[in-house]
Structures are given as structure tokens and as C-alpha cells.
Ligand binder design. Structure first.
Ligand code: SAM
Length: 441
């Protein structure tokens, strides 16, 4: 139980203006469940036999107690992501939408990337996600997390929602997981309690209305707008949906919601509620833009790939592009989305960055090591758990290698990053900003 009490005005608002009542208020002082979502590309490295599944997410599991994620090399290898259970529902929701192969998705408020990676695991073949985050620092964390997830079909941009105002009829799904007053995090996060003020819902609602206004034209006719918050009040949730439905271009979509969820006020959307669902709080509503999806691909050129480096074998659907920032590997649909967006977005990740240019030639970039599915001639060296943690701390230690050169170091067969071996010693190429600072026992 958190020592900071729930704000009095919040308690009053739940009692007076919600159907949720004291059951919710009491639950907010109980311990939070701990959950993880496993990466289907790297599931072989995780023993799931003793874990209890999250009923609404195929790859979601509860943990009995909070481990030190920092001291688990598999966490850094992107084998799983620590995610609050309610948020995982986006995976199941996406699977239920009527989406074409090669669907295009915008995740407008994406950092740190939990819902982005959950969508990436659920979308039809050849789909692409553009994950955007307004905050610079958080957009870097988003890129890091998606780099660890090891996918070639994602773009990350660092822009305000306004930047999408001129992007018209582009996406099959736009997810707006809006910044909100955070009432649904009151159990897990003490700061959410102290930051909440009686006028937070009004202020947040105004911001949500504004940012929804910047992206509704980006949804294709026939496409979906998914709106979510982690708060319980009507202003930030049902009222936003009522406003969207008022101009008649959107309709509410019903989907197979987990049975423990509670319908929103006036049946607009649904809630995950602490004490009712085994999760924190989440509000989700799904809308569809009226009209038919128009898919015109005639003018799209087949992208030409650069010659592979490091003996990489590209699949039929992958291309390499060279930019000032380095060499990037993308799925063809990802490149095609990138080329089709006219607005000057600030992209900070394009697919998988595999190498950077140096005066002596290409140096492999750590995202390549984390993309476990890429075939390359770069050799691999397996580390013990202790060695893996030393590596993640940026240390060097004795490792046997056949020849000098670059190696991918692995833990339980999953890539962690690169080293450059010189015969008697190696340089640790793990990115400085990702290193763990915790002392090892
Ligand atoms: N979707 C994320 C996930 O599942 O990991 C969580 C997103 S969080 C609820 C909301 C995000 O909106 C934050 O990363 C925050 O930086 C961003 N944000 C804050 N103010 C914003 C604004 N005015 N416009 C757009 N995004 C904003």
C-alpha cells in the first residue's frame, strides 16, 4: 500500500460521478499485480512453465513477485517487456479488427512503447507501425525498446501531434493512447497521486480534444481510431468519444472485450478496473471511420536495396538503405510508408539500423545484434549469466575468440550486442546510454 493517500477530490468524484464506487477506491490501496509480455520472436529463451497467463493476451503472464528486471540479461535482450496487464489488451483488440495485409498503423503517443510492441505482434503480415512520441527523451527510450524487440517494420518519429495534420487518409489504425490525469495508475505509482489536482481532468481533456483533432484526418475511410487513457473520469474518456461521434464521420465499433471489463458511461468504451480486472486502470474505445478503404498501390515503386554487408541474407521482403545516419534494414512496406509521407516528420528510427560508417568501413550497430532473425556471417559468442551482466555494465573480461573482429555476444542464444575482439582483449560496444549501473552481487 502506498503511504500517499488518494486525493480527497478524486474519491468524491468516483463516488459522485462514476458507477465504480468504493470497490475501486479500496482496490487502489491493494498491491499491484506484476506482469510481463513475452516477445514471440524470442520466446525460446524464456521458461514460461510456472507462469500464470493473462487471460486477454496470448503472450502475457503474471509474476508472483517483482524480480530485478535490470539484473536479468533476457530483459535486455528483448525476450520480454514488463507491462501492466490491461495495456496488453491492445494485442487482442488489433487481432479482432478487420485489417488488410500490409496495414499501416500510427501510434501517436507511443513512449515507452508497450502498446507499440504489442500491436507489432498482432498485426497482419507485412504491416507497419509508425510510433511517434512528442518528448525527445522518451522518444529515445521508445527507440531503444523497439530496437530490443527486434523488428524491421517500425518507424519512430519525435513530433507533436500537429505534425500529422497534413497526413491525410494514411493509416488503417490510429492509436491515441493519450496523456491523461493518470487515475488508473494511483495504485502502482505514488507520483500519479501527488501530481493529480482537482482540475487535472479538465486540463487533460482539453489537450486530448486538441490532439485528437490533429489526427482524425490521418485515419483512412474504413480505418479505425483506437482511443485509450489510464484514467476513470468522463471528461477524458466518454466525452471525447461523444465529441468524435457527433460529426457523424465515425461510428462506435463493438469488439469481444474481456469479460471482467466494465462498460463505460452510456456504453461508450470499456474500463479495466483495479479490483475487478487483475490490472491497473485503463479506458479503451474503438471507432471506425465511415467509408470504404481505398488501396491504391499502382504508383508505388519497388524499392532497390543496397548490397548487403556483414554477409547478411535479406528476405524477399527486406531492403537496405544507406543514409547519413548509417545503413538501415527495413521491410519493403516500411520503406514504402516512409516514402509516402509528405510531411516533414523527424524520424529517429527507420527499421533496424545495422551499421554506422567509420573511416575504416562499416561498424555493426547494436540493433543488428538484437534482431535475432537476421542471418549474418558475424560469429556469435555465448555468455554465461554473470558475463552477460558484466557485458551489459560495459565491462571487459577474458573471452576466447577464434579470430580478431566483430562478434555478437548472446545470452540463451539471444543477441545482446557487439564486441570487437583483438586476440587478447575486446572492446565492449554496448551503447553507453543503455548500460546498467546496478552493482552485481
Ligand atoms: N502508449 C504508451 C505505451 O503503451 O507504452 C504510453 C503513452 S503515455 C500514456 C502518453 C504519452 O503521451 C507520453 O509518452 C507523453 O510523453 C506523451 N505526451 C505528453 N503530452 C503530449 C502532447 N501534448 N501530445 C502528444 N503526446 C503527448
Amino acid at each position: 500500500m502506498l503511504s500517499t493517500p488518494l486525493p480527497e477530490a478524486f474519491i468524491d468524484s468516483i463516488r459522485l460521478n462514476s458507477p465504480f464506487g468504493d470497490k475501486l477506491i479500496d482496490a487502489l490501496d491493494q498491491p499491484s499485480p506484476i506482469s510481463i509480455r513475452v516477445n514471440p520472436r524470442k520466446v525460446a529463451a524464456k521458461d514460461l512453465s510456472s507462469l500464470r497467463p493473462v487471460s486477454w493476451c496470448a503472450m502475457g503472464y503474471y509474476l508472483e513477485e517483482r524480480p530485478s528486471f535490470t539484473l536479468d540479461p533476457s530483459y535486455h535482450a528483448g525476450v520480454y517487456y514488463a507491462q501492466e496487464a490491461a495495456s496488453m489488451v491492445i494485442s487482442d483488440l488489433i487481432k479482432q479488427l478487420n485489417l488488410p495485409e500490409g496495414a499501416r498503423v500510427l501510434d501517436l503517443c507511443a513512449a515507452p512503447g508497450g502498446k507499440t510492441s504489442a500491436m507489432l505482434d498482432a498485426l497482419p503480415l507485412n504491416s507497419v507501425v509508425l510510433a511517434n512520441e512528442i518528448n525527445r527523451h522518451r522518444s529515445n527510450i521508445l527507440s531503444e525498446n523497439l530496437g530490443k524487440w527486434g523488428v524491421d517494420n517500425v518507424l519512430v518519429s519525435n513530433d507533436s501531434p500537429e505534425a500529422f495534420s497534413e497526413v491525410i487518409d494514411c493509416f488503417d489504425v490510429v492509436l491515441v493512447d493519450a496523456p491523461c490525469s493518470g487515475e488508473g495508475m494511483f495504485r502502482k505509482d505514488k507520483n500519479a497521486r501527488t501530481e493529480w489536482k482537482p482540475d487535472s481532468p479538465v486540463l487533460c481533456a482539453a489537450r486530448q480534444t486538441e490532439l485528437l483533432g490533429h489526427v482524425i484526418q490521418s485515419v483512412k475511410p474504413g480505418g479505425y481510431l483506437v482511443y485509450s487513457t489510464c484514467t476513470f473520469n468522463q471528461l477524458e474518456n466518454e466525452d471525447q468519444i461523444t465529441r468524435l461521434l457527433a460529426d457523424d464521420s465515425f461510428e462506435l465499433v463493438s469488439w469481444n472485450v474481456p469479460s471482467a471489463c466494465v462498460p463505460g458511461r452510456n456504453k461508450l468504451g470499456h474500463y479495466f478496473l483495479p479490483g475487478t480486472t487483475e490490472s491497473e486502470g485503463l479506458y479503451v474505445a474503438v471507432l471506425r471511420k465511415k467509408g470504404t478503404v481505398i488501396r491504391s498501390l499502382e504508383n508505388e515503386q519497388v524499392p532497390v536495396s543496397k548490397e548487403p554487408i556483414f554477409g547478411i541474407t535479406l528476405t524477399e521482403n527486406q531492403v537496405l538503405i544507406e543514409e547519413r545516419t548509417g545503413m538501415h534494414l527495413l521491410s519493403k512496406e516500411t520503406l514504402s510508408l516512409l516514402k509516402s509521407i509528405d510531411s516533414p516528420l523527424r524520424f529517429i528510427k527507420k527499421g533496424v539500423k545495422i551499421a554506422e560508417q567509420s573511416p575504416k568501413g562499416w561498424i555493426p550497430f547494436h540493433e543488428l545484434a538484437l534482431m535475432n532473425s537476421i542471418e549474418t556471417t558475424i560469429k556469435r559468442i555465448a555468455l554465461s549469466e554473470r558475463e552477460a551482466l558484466q557485458y551489459l555494465r560495459g565491462e571487459t573480461f577474458p573471452i576466447q575468440a577464434q579470430d580478431p573482429g566483430f562478434y555478437i555476444v548472446t545470452f540463451k542464444e539471444m543477441g545482446l550486442g557487439f564486441i570487437k575482439h583483438f586476440g587478447s582483449r575486446f572492446n565492449n560496444l554496448y551503447p553507453k546510454e543503455w548500460r546498467i549501473r546496478m552493482q552485481l552481487l
